[in-house]
Design a protein. Sequence first.
Length: 131
Amino acid sequence: GDYNGDGLADWAVMLTDPEGGRRLWKVVALMQTDDGSYEAYELKRFKEETAGRDHRKAGEVIPPEPPQHFELNTLAAGQRHERSDEGPYDVDAIILAAVENAESPHPFGYRFVWRPQLKGFATRRFSGMSE
């Protein structure tokens, strides 16, 4: 995609730990610069956590939602995302949406869109996507 509107090809990728995301994985945007190199922006990190004492699994290590449960897509400038009704935006946006399955009956996702005034991405979590 072209996530900041500069006409250069940018990338969004999912990176996992050596265990395939069982302990840690993240979504990164790689923004091409004029000299052909890329600047990396970490958009979202999913990692294992220890449940707090108020949680029914207190003290247990809870793995992150696996990356296989998500789809990473580019939402073209001027388009709306059909499952979440995100958009339209002036530049391409990144959509990370949970795949609808029995384990995720209430699908959700994240939208990342470049904001020049921030010199970075604005993030919004969405839920209750339509079918």
